[in-house]
Design a protein around this ligand. Structure first.
Ligand SMILES: [Zn+2]
Length: 348
């Protein structure tokens, strides 16, 4: 993997008392930058997410922090929304520079990071990757493509730094301050242990990748450690995601601070749009298989195009699959197995 020669543009803005660190992201996923957020409640500094572990990115973050006359030692809490590498990159370094910081993350996020980073689990991780590869081939991808994609994704896991959190979060946990409360909402969908952080008095929602301003985040499960698989059934992940959107809508946030793209000033409207988008995709997908059965991979090619790179092929497939499984659970479509491939067709 080439990591990375690029120009790190950055911008720090203040929105309603919240500092937004927007730093460029060297990516082909259509996401231009990653944001970390910093705010203060009753002299307690709270940082949301830990960016990317790339030298340029790191340098930019620390120098922008300095421009605000703050050092990492001034930060009291680091809250992780989910385990993707652009959200946890600097957490080990930050904890190292400020051992007093309280590092918080959801139980599942911790389980996933711990599992993936422990060399003792190498065999289990390999087995899980092999199973995922086999399953993906059944969904229509060629063997060669699957091997390319998953060779990459297992090596990714070595890039994630493990560090023990100071507190494990569960759904609806809270921290109470004199002037307000922070509430943690478990929002599985984009990742299994994803959380949003809600600051009650300003009704600010720090949404990680759960709600973005212009695109809908990728939904899907990838590799999973066996202990999580035993505890939860995430097969119908789109159902979890849509319910997670409702949970946020019920909180009635005033401003959403997402990890990518623009700040959202009309959260309810945006949530409605995103739900509509999934409804539309559900009907498009089921229309494609009205008369003839197709593999999930073929559907993803028709829907997203045929010239995607390995990572985007996987994202497109998992997106389509989450919609197919949702429809299957509603008994609107069914799966057929033929020549070791899985096809879906509309129920008649
Ligand atoms: Zn993410």
């Amino acid at each position: 993997m080439i990591l990375f020669t690029y120009k790190t543009n950055s911008e720090v803005s203040e929105i309603n008392g919240v500092y937004r660190f927007q730093i460029d992201f060297p990516s082909s996923f259509g996401l231009k930058f990653v944001c970390m957020y910093l705010f203060n409640i009753d002299n307690t500094h709270i940082l949301i997410d830990a960016g990317l572990n790339i030298p340029d990115w790191k340098k930019t973050f620390f120098s922008e922090l300095q421009k605000l006359n703050l050092s990492i030692k001034d930060i009291d809490y680091l809250i992780i929304t989910h385990e993707h590498p652009d959200h946890i990159g600097l957490m080990k370094e930050i904890k190292h520079k400020n051992p007093n910081i309280q590092l918080l993350m959801h139980e599942i996020t911790h389980d996933v990071i711990k599992w993936m980073t422990d060399p003792k689990n190498d065999d289990e991780i390999k087995k899980s990757a092999d199973e995922l590869t086999a399953r993906t081939i059944k969904y229509g991808i060629t063997e060669e493509m699957a091997k390319n994609i998953f060779g990459f994704s297992t090596s990714m896991h070595r890039m994630i730094p493990y560090i023990k959190p100071d507190r494990i979060l569960n759904d609806n946990d809270e921290i109470t301050f004199d002037s307000t409360k922070l509430k943690f909402i478990w929002t599985p969908g984009h990742s299994l242990g994803h959380i949003c952080v809600f600051e009650e008095s300003n009704r600010h929602l720090f949404a990680g990748d759960h709600i973005l301003s212009r695109i809908t985040p990728n939904i899907g499960t990838s590799m999973m450690n066996p202990s999580i698989e035993k505890k939860f059934d995430f097969t119908n992940i789109l159902d979890y995601y849509l319910k997670s959107l409702d949970k946020i809508d019920e909180l009635n946030p005033k401003i959403i601070f997402p990890a990518h793209q623009e700040v959202i000033y009309d959260p309810h409207q945006r949530i409605l749009e995103m739900k509509k988008h999934h409804d539309t995709r559900l009907s498009e997908v089921s229309k494609m298989i009205e008369n003839k059965p197709l593999t999930p991979y073929r559907i993803s090619q028709i829907h997203f195009g045929e010239d995607l790179d390995g990572m985007n092929t996987l994202l497109a497939l998992s997106e389509i699959l989450s919609h197919l499984i949702y429809l299957e659970n509603q008994n609107k479509i069914k799966r057929i197995e033929k020549n070791e491939k899985i096809y879906f067709i509309k129920e008649t």
